[in-house]
Structures are given as structure tokens and as C-alpha cells.
Design a protein around this ligand. Sequence first.
Ligand SMILES: NC(=O)c1ccc[n+]([C@@H]2O[C@H](COP(=O)([O-])OP(=O)(O)OC[C@H]3O[C@@H](n4cnc5c(N)ncnc54)[C@H](O)[C@@H]3O)[C@@H](O)[C@H]2O)c1
Length: 255
Amino acid sequence: MAALDGDLGGRVALVTGGGSGIGAAVARRLAAEGARVVVADIVGDAAATVAGEIGGRALALDVGDAAAWDEAVGGILAGEGGLDLAHLNAGVSTGEADPTVLTEAQYRRVMGANLDGVVYGTRAVAGAMKASGGGAIVATASLAGIIAFPPDPIYTLTKHAVVGFVRSSALALSGYGITINCLCPAVVDTPLIGEARDRLREMGLPLISPSDIADALVTVVRGGGSGEAWTCLPNRPPEPWTFAAPDIWAPAPEP
Ligand SMILES: NC(=O)c1ccc[n+]([C@@H]2O[C@H](COP(=O)([O-])OP(=O)(O)OC[C@H]3O[C@@H](n4cnc5c(N)ncnc54)[C@H](O)[C@@H]3O)[C@@H](O)[C@H]2O)c1
């Protein structure tokens, strides 16, 4: 299967960070499309609640744990009989704007969830998809993967890395019939934004509904493209971002 361009009915989908916010909305949406959804989250109870609601299966998984990924994917192949779609969505912020006071614990936590989770996740799920002829991977990056985001430079670092990883992995994965893309949402109304929520609302910043991100994911998967970073902005349809690149063939400037 080269791309999930049609019916999602009966497909097997894994959603990480599926116990809350965007992941929960995606899990609900995929289940509504008829997919069999494995809801993974580091908070097992949260995964269980969402999985129970949609008739899916819950999986307690720390996406930053490489060994746990092998077990998780092995369990999906054994239990669900395959894996067609993976939404590598789990993520956290540091909540720290100033790199000089960043703690080791803050740094490792965000790198584990946002970066290791996408790299280990891609390696593990692509391994399974490769064996069955293809599939689709969508990571949740952020608009902070494209723009500078001074409130959280380390979060921004991880999201830029996810965008670069996705854009650069597409070629290798295309050989296995696997597409890989990422979503780059602006501010989404989930627990992640925490105390900033009310301030953002007061500033008049429109918050995006998690269900809009779920719609975007389905659009991206059905589109069948790969290596794309899709912006998800308030009141606008999602669209692949066009990156400007320096022209390395340009002649040297006149002295
Ligand atoms: N909310 C926003 O404004 C926004 C904007 C752009 C991108 N994002 C990204 O969207 C993704 C989902 O965030 P959200 O807004 O839904 O937040 P959320 O806090 O509602 O959900 C994140 C989920 O990930 C889980 N999680 C955290 N670390 C994990 C780990 N190591 N292993 C497995 N699960 C883990 C949490 O338990 C939680 O259930 C994140 O990658 C985030 O960076 C969010």
C-alpha cells in the first residue's frame, strides 16, 4: 500500500500522545473513519480513557524509550495484524524562555518526547510498514518548527529538527512506499498551552481547535504527498509550507 489515499476503514493507526489534546482528537477522528486505533501515551490512564471511548486499544508508552518502541510495534503487529498509519504526536514544552537557566531535567524531557520520540518512532514504525509494502507517518511539529519562538528556544529547536528530519527522510522512505509529513500548527487549545491560554485569548489570538488538527492530519494522509511540513493556521485550510533555499549555484557577487 503506497499511500492511504482512500478509505481509512479497517486500517491500523497508532497515535502517540493520544491521551490528550491533539492526539486524542486525532484518535477520535481516525476511529470515526473506521480505523482501528492504538492510543499510546506516557500516562497510561489517559490513553485508556480515550481508547475506551473509541473502542481502541490503549498502550502505555514513553516515546523517548527506544527499547519500548520495539515492544510497542511488535505488540501492534501481533495484536492488530499490521500498522498502516502512525501519528508521532507526543510532545512537551520546557516552559523556559531563558537557556541560561534551563535545567538538565527540562532539557532531557523535551528532547526525549519531541525528538527521540519522532526518530525512534519513525525507525520502529517504518520497519513494520516496510515489511507490509507501505504506510503513512505524520509527526506533529509546530509552527515553532518554521519560525523563531522566543518563549521556548529548546522546544523550537526540537520542532525545527522534526521538520528537517521529515523533509529529509521522505526520499529514503519513498522506496518502501511510506510517506512522511509533519503538521505545523499555530496555537491549539490543549492542556499544553497551560496558563498561557487566558493571556492568549485576552490578546485576541485565535486558538485552533484540536479537531481542526485532526482534519488536517486526514487531509495530509489522503493527499499522498511526502516530505511536507503543513502549516495549520487559525481560520485557514492547512497547506504545505514552501521553504526558500539559498541558491548554491548563484555566481559570486561582484567585489
Ligand atoms: N497546543 C499547541 O498549541 C501546539 C501547537 C503546535 C504543536 N503542538 C504539538 O502538538 C503535540 C501534542 O500536544 P498537545 O497540544 O495536544 O498537548 P497535550 O499536553 O494536550 O498532549 C500531549 C500528550 O503527550 C503525552 N506525552 C508527553 N510526553 C510523552 C512521552 N515521552 N511519551 C508518550 N507520551 C507523552 C502527554 O501525556 C499528553 O497526553 C505536541 O508535539 C506539541 O508540541 C502543540
